[in-house]
Design a protein. Structure first.
Length: 141
């Protein structure tokens, strides 16, 4: 809908010379509305906008596209949250396993130290001990 200035004022009657009172009510209403618009200095020009349907279709298509993008983003956010939960759980599991391995390594070192202390006393070495004197006790036959 557009408005355009209108400088010429028209009479209340139609071109055929009919009086305003003899016109049907709907026509009287329209003439009154037009005269009011003319009095205000403009007339209403109702024209079909040929691009309206195209713009409307583009707008609806864009709205659907945005809805699909929004749904995809929401899915991605849920996936990232799930992935971060999985990563957090995996990290906790790895930390527990690492602590268990540290404890087992400590026990293993303690066992090796015990084996070294029991099997290889500090006084023993790979150099043969000097020969000792034979026992002076007689051996029985």
């Amino acid at each position: 809908m557009t408005t355009s200035p209108h400088s010429a004022a028209r009479s209340n009657s139609s071109n055929s010379g009919e009086s305003f009172a003899s016109l049907p009510r709907w026509r009287q209403f329209l003439l009154g509305a037009c005269n009011t618009a003319r009095h205000l200095g403009a007339t209403l020009n109702w024209r079909r906008d040929p691009d309206y349907e195209r713009r409307k279709m583009q707008h609806e298509w864009r709205m659907k596209q945005l809805e699909n993008e929004t749904k995809q983003i929401e899915k991605d956010i849920l996936r990232v949250r799930n992935d971060s939960d999985l990563i957090r759980k995996d990290s906790e599991r790895i930390e527990k396993e690492t602590e268990q391995l540290r404890e087992e390594n400590a026990r293993g070192r303690q066992l090796l130290d015990s084996i070294d202390a029991l099997c290889f006393p500090p006084e023993s070495s790979s150099i043969p001990a000097p020969a000792t004197e034979p026992d002076s006790r007689p051996t029985s036959p």
